[in-house]
Write a protein that binds this ligand. Structure first.
Ligand code: GDG
Length: 484
């Protein structure tokens, strides 16, 4: 890997231009990706999280990726540090300890995340948190400003940065700005409970293009614009806000399916996947892979597995359920509560059904390497993806891509994951109904190979078609087309 580190950003233009736009890159507009976390150029794929997976293809040579360094400092910085790796420029700022607590743990993950996953009961709002959120969004805009070139396409990602475009416009930025929402969008009745609802919608409306995972999300957003900003969009989702035109588009995210299939084939009988296989001793594997997050429906999933063992005792000793639940956002109280809840339910199930030489449920809270996960998916007869609400859910797509086409496993998928709009040949379930989920796991475990293959062919075609590359190209082409 060719990596160059430049401490602190140089003045506007200057030598940064030379680094970030390699010779031969031509006159095509540069893509500037902005996201809360920037993947480490040296540890690609090491962390659990869908955003980096979906965006890997957008960070082509010559592009700039801007965001938080992952470090907490005394104060939030407004000058970025630059690293160049494989032709991509990474620019990051440190966030102040106090700002981080309020912006990230407070407003973003304590208010926006629960609300946008339809869990108004978990929402914790306070004004100081929102002020810190605004301040960090502004710091992002201020630090990005000197790095911008006139024809850059700025692409902001996700719920942590909903007001950044307002700040960029206030600083005089006239570039095209796009925003992609990785998580669901809520209907007006839910957004209404959030005091700065209109502010957030204005932040998104300062962009030229706003993208969503599903048509339901896109329409909810337009309904909110109508209700809170009193602006109606035309049939193409285009509306006028402060003398410019905004377009709400549907651009579902995907994965690099070919690459992931290869990874799974290679990983299948090596290293960790081999160890897992040996430990299973020919038993069927039911697998869940999620960040440890209440949106993923893990307690309900554990219950459903318990119901399976109770209602279909033929699976006793014949099946193992492995749940990888990589810890995340551990400083937020609701995540600590979830962890305790899962510990308890896992203990209940194993206490009830284990034998001296068989334990039905394996549950781990540390992250596993990406290639090991790919091998695990391939070994699993059932992929259990049952979020209560999810923007897309890339695990569902990875599971499909990882299967052996001659002997594929079966995907059990929540109807409340964005992925269910497309992956209709999965066994679609309501995750709030553990009996239905148990029935579907049973169906998956006993399904004839002909039906498994038929479903898998259809699913794989979709996962291969709607790739991460297609997502990036489609979004950026909307942004390039935007009237300006
Ligand atoms: C957000 C939205 C949307 C999981 N555990 C480990 C690990 N993972 C990887 C998976 C997958 C990714 O993390 C999870 O992606 P998801 O899409 O399922 O979920 P979120 O992280 O919540 O992502 C979501 C996504 O953004 C993209 O727009 O689909 O709806 O919530 O790639 O494989 N990776 C490693 N170790 C783990 O233990 N290495």
């Amino acid at each position: 890997m060719n990596q160059l580190v430049v401490k602190k950003n140089p003045a506007h233009g200057s030598d940064l231009e030379g680094i970030s736009r390699p010779a031969g890159a031509g006159l095509a507009a540069r893509t500037v990706i902005v996201s809360n976390r920037v993947p480490s150029p040296t540890e690609k794929g090491a962390t659990a999280g869908g955003l980096a997976v979906g965006l890997a293809d957008a960070a082509t040579r010559g592009s700039l990726w801007f965001g938080w360094s992952g470090r907490r400092a005394h104060e939030t910085a407004t000058v970025a540090e630059i690293t160049v790796s494989d032709g991509v420029t990474y620019a990051t700022i440190d966030i102040g300890e106090r700002d981080h607590t309020r912006y990230y743990n407070g407003f973003a993950n304590g208010a926006l995340w629960p609300l946008f996953h339809f869990r108004a009961g978990l929402l914790l709002f306070n004004r100081a948190d929102y002020e810190a959120y605004r301040a960090v969004n502004k710091a992002f805009a201020t630090a990005l400003l000197p790095l911008l070139q006139p024809d850059d396409l700025i692409w902001i990602h996700d719920y942590q940065l909903m007001t950044m475009a307002t700040d960029l416009r206030a600083l005089g930025v006239t570039n095209r700005i796009g925003f992609f929402m990785h998580i669901p969008f809520v209907p007006p009745a839910l957004l209404d409970v959030l005091p700065p609802a209109a502010d957030l919608l204005e932040g998104l409306s300062a962009c030229d293009v706003v993208g969503f995972q599903t048509e339901r999300d896109r329409l909810s957003f337009l309904d909110c614009v109508k209700q809170f900003l009193h602006i109606s969009a035309d049939r193409d989702g285009v509306y006028n806000f402060e003398n410019h035109s905004v377009r709400a588009v549907l651009t579902p995210i995907g994965i690099d399916a070919e690459k992931f299939s290869q990874l799974a084939r290679r990983a299948e009988m090596t290293g960790d996947a081999k160890r897992l296989n040996e430990s299973l001793e020919n038993r069927a594997l039911v697998l869940g892979v999620d960040r440890l997050d209440y949106s993923k429906g893990l307690p309900q999933r554990f219950d459903a597995f318990g119901r399976l063992l109770y209602a279909y005792p033929q699976h006793l000793r014949q099946v193992n359920f492995l749940q990888i639940a990589a810890r995340s956002r551990q400083e937020v109280g609701s995540y600590q509560t979830l962890r305790r809840e899962l510990d308890r339910r896992a203990g209940d199930i194993n206490g009830e059904f284990s034998d001296f030489d068989w334990q039905p449920l394996r549950y781990m809270t540390h992250a596993v390497k990406r290639n090991a996960i790919a091998g695990f998916y391939r070994r699993a007869r059932v992929g259990l993806v049952t979020p209560l609400r999810d923007g897309m859910n890339l695990v569902a797509k990875e599971y499909v891509a990882a299967q052996d086409s001659d002997d594929p496993g079966v995907l059990v998928l929540s109807r409340f994951a964005g992925a269910a709009d497309d992956l209709t040949e999965a066994l679609i379930v309501n995750p709030f109904d553990p009996d239905e989920v148990a029935e579907s796991i049973h169906l998956a475990l006993t399904m004839e190979i002909s039906e498994r293959k038929e479903r898998h062919v259809a699913l794989l075609a979709k996962v291969r078609h709607n790739t991460a590359r297609r997502f990036c190209e489609t979004f950026l082409s909307y942004l390039k087309e935007a009237k300006h």
